[in-house]
Design a protein around this ligand. Structure first.
Ligand code: SF4
Ligand code: MG
Length: 324
């Protein structure tokens, strides 16, 4: 297995108490596969990714249990140096906000070339040539000129492309993209998603696509995990999940999705707000918002119910929900 996260537990020890941010999260991604991680803000999607990348190891965040493995190698207990190496070469990450990920005082080219010189021992001119190739690859026009420009000289969409180029510089096997298109307008969003999907296919990378927007992943995801309050509530192949969601939360997300055939019809929004992680509701954490909840839901934490090959739902009524 390329990348596996198993039973990950993370807490934030804040002045107001302990926030249980991840409560036993497990997922995996294989070469050539696109895994979408879906959930509202605060569900733990980004924290899981940051734990994988080893950039969440400072207080108040504590990884209190679980495992992150890359090609079977445990990363959580690996040396800082080893983790840096894996992060640089094996697993790359791109973020929603390219402006804060790119360094404003260096040219885009320099930031790509620096990695190639440090980690690949390339000369200045080799690294420059490769940086231009990478900008070409992500379809930045006039790459030869733009390689000399600073991040602020790029439009939002072009900056996102530049960040993708930077992430690809060392040929990662896994790319984690955390809300990569959220800040962009709809047309540019679609272009960036197409680009990511194409690069993923050509390089047979594992792609972990983190998003709050089910619509964004509909066409590109092979598998989907749905997170709620620091847990995975459903995981399924994308086709099955779209055909018949196996968890009331997934069903609610789907009803809130704009549809081409519903011209102007009001969308249903999910009632209520995600819970505070300082006070996760008893039983099923979704019960205060769930249209299907019964008495048992507030009392008993639902276990994963197997709904098919690689398909689970953490709902007491999973079988009825998936059956419609
Ligand atoms: Fe809803 Fe109960 Fe299922 Fe939770 S366990 S999703 S509250 S029906
Ligand atoms: Mg996030």
């Amino acid at each position: 297995m390329l990348l596996e996260v198993e039973d990950l537990h993370v807490e934030f020890r804040t002045r107001d108490g302990v926030a249980r941010v991840l409560n036993g999260v497990s997922y995996h991604v294989s070469a050539g596969e696109t895994l979408a991680v879906l959930g509202e803000s605060g569900s733990g999607k980004s924290v899981t990714a940051q734990t994988i990348m080893g950039i969440l190891d400072t207080p108040p965040a504590f990884v209190t249990g679980g495992s992150v493995r890359f090609h079977g190698e445990e990363l959580l207990s690996a040396s800082a140096e080893r983790r840096r190496a894996v992060r640089a070469e094996g697993v790359a990450m791109i973020f929603q906000d390219a402006l804060s990920a790119l360094n404003p005082v260096f040219t885009v080219g320099f930031q790509i070339e620096e990695q190639l010189r440090l980690r690949r021992g390339m000369s200045r001119s080799q690294a420059r040539a490769r940086a231009i190739e990478l900008l070409d690859l992500v379809r930045i026009p006039a790459a030869r000129q733009r390689v000399r420009e600073y991040p602020h000289q790029f439009s939002g969409g072009m900056r996102q492309r530049a960040m993708i180029a930077m992430a690809l510089a060392l040929d990662p096997e896994v790319l984690i993209a955390d809300e990569p298109t959220t800040a962009l307008d709809v047309t540019v969003q679609a272009q960036i998603m197409d680009l990511l999907a194409e690069i993923q296919r050509e390089r047979r990378m594992g792609l972990v696509l983190i998003t709050h927007d089910l619509g964004v992943v509909a066409e590109v995801a092979d598998r989907i995990v749905v997170m709620y309050a620091g847990r995975i509530v459903e995981q399924a192949d994308a086709v099955s999940l779209f055909r018949s969601p196996g968890h009331p939360y997934t069903a609610a997300l789907m009803r809130s999705l704009p549809r081409l055939d519903s011209k102007g019809a009001a969308l249903e929004t999910i009632r209520g707000l995600p819970p505070s992680l300082l006070r996760i509701p008893s039983g099923c954490p979704f019960h205060p918002r769930c249209p299907r909840a019964e008495a048992v839901c507030a009392a008993v934490v639902p276990q994963d119910v197997r709904l098919g090959l690689g398909r689970t739902s953490a709902c007491h009524f999973a079988e009825e929900v998936v059956g419609g």
